[in-house]
Design a protein around this ligand. Structure first.
Ligand code: BG6
Length: 403
């Protein structure tokens, strides 16, 4: 029995287990009767197929045993399979809880460096004039993991999702919205959200020829996606790698390719944003290997850091031109321990929920806008309308594409 079946089974056994949770809550609240308020936060670690039942049950129990605080739900992806199912689920949860009681978590939004991206973009004068199609050549948003989909025994979950739903549709699209959105009117949740939604709604329909997908085969001592009978043991066309070119139809970004790339079982762990600028026009230093354009790199994994790639003169009597990096290394250095980073992101998000702050949460409209962007890609993948390439576990280049 897989983990999903186990959980479903646990729920189907009836409300006994949930009743247990409520009994525990009640006795805790009774024991702390002098507390100013008793807030109830329920973090759903269950598949979305049981959210309606759980929500209904929680609402009934909460009404039966009212408290003097608030009730909040923490929901995590997947929020549904496609736009239609997400909308249906939103409407179902809506029957029982208000939108401001629902905290949809995308752990990327808890990453320190992404918050910093917002500050960096809007608190520094020199970025605004170059942050557009006149200066930016390409934007790449990359996610690479050196382990396969079997990591953390999530194979069954992953096989249903695939890399587009697992990583691109949420994490990478959120990152893209933060990079590309216009300046919000204020730092209020609503203003930032409105800009992100506006941006997502400006994304052009992604074309079949702009999508590449792949699945890993055995290599470097690891089994392939299909090869390990203990893991999947059945044929599957689920992609473990995907790359797509996204265009934004607005005045700022028209024609600039945003390349979103995510893959498992690659050669390294790296997730980063690379904003590459156009080459200097009328270049004075031709022949000096200056074909290295300026690039701003915002790295999320394995360490959180930012650096700007630029060209300088090598100190000395000659006129040798060399690349260099201006690196942001302040508190980012404190985040070097990767094992801490995911926890920190979660800690921040859960703390926000406890404080009733939904600034870093995903609003329903944002979610629906993301699914509108990705539905056509998921359809292409689900219907095998784009060819599934194969790449070796641990490779840096696969087929004709660069991982
Ligand atoms: C999760 C995906 O949301 O993000 C995983 O389901 C992935 O497949 C993980 O490994 C990566 O998150 P982070 O914070 O380690 O980059």
């Amino acid at each position: 029995m897989g983990i999903l079946e186990l959980i479903l089974d646990w729920f189907k056994q009836g409300s006994a287990s949930l009743q247990g949770i409520f009994d525990h809550i009640k006795s805790h609240e009774e024991a702390n009767a002098d507390a100013k308020a008793h807030n109830r936060i329920f973090h759903f670690a269950v598949p979305y197929s049981v959210w309606p039942e759980v929500c209904q049950w929680l609402k009934e129990k909460n009404d039966e045993f009212p408290n003097n605080g608030c009730i909040r739900l923490v929901l995590e992806k997947p929020f549904g399979r496609d736009h239609q199912s997400v909308l249906e689920l939103i409407n179902t949860v809506d029957k029982y809880f208000k939108e401001d009681q629902v905290y949809r978590v995308d752990r990327y939004l808890g990453k320190e460096i992404l918050e910093n991206l917002l500050v960096m973009r809007f608190a520094n004068r020199f970025f605004a004039p170059i942050w557009n199609r006149d200066t930016v050549n390409t934007v790449q948003i990359l996610f690479k993991e050196p382990w396969g989909a079997e990591d953390q025994n999530r194979m069954q979950y992953f096989d249903l999702q695939g890399i587009v739903r697992d990583v691109i549709e949420n994490h990478l699209l959120q990152v893209m919205a933060l990079i590309a959105m216009d300046k919000p009117a204020s730092l209020s949740v609503e203003d930032i959200r409105n800009e992100k939604i506006k941006l997502l709604r400006s994304v052009k329909a992604i074309r079949k020829e702009d999508v590449v997908i792949g699945q890993y085969t055995p290599g470097n001592g690891h089994p392939g996606y299909l090869e390990d009978p203990n893991i999947l043991g059945k044929p599957s066309t689920t992609p473990t790698f995907a790359m797509m070119v996204v265009y934004i139809r607005n005045e700022r970004w028209d024609g600039v390719p945003f390349i979103l790339k995510a893959g498992k079982a690659l050669n390294e762990m790296r997730s980063e944003i690379r904003i590459q600028l156009k080459s200097v026009p009328g270049d004075l230093f031709q022949g000096a290997d200056l074909q290295r354009p300026n690039e701003l790199v915002v790295r999320m994994q394995p360490t959180e850091e930012m650096y700007l790639k630029m060209t300088i003169k090598k100190p000395g009597l000659g006129m040798e031109i060399v690349p260099t990096e201006m690196e942001y290394s302040d508190s980012a250095k404190d985040m070097q321990d990767h094992s801490q980073a995911p926890h920190r992101a979660y800690e921040r998000l859960l703390l926000n929920c406890m404080h009733g702050e939904n600034r870093r949460m995903v609003h329903r409209d944002e979610l629906l806008a993301s699914y509108t962007v990705m539905d056509p890609v998921n359809k292409m993948v689900d219907n095998s309308a784009v060819p599934l390439h194969h790449y070796t576990f641990g490779c840096a280049r696969a087929h004709s594409f660069d991982c």
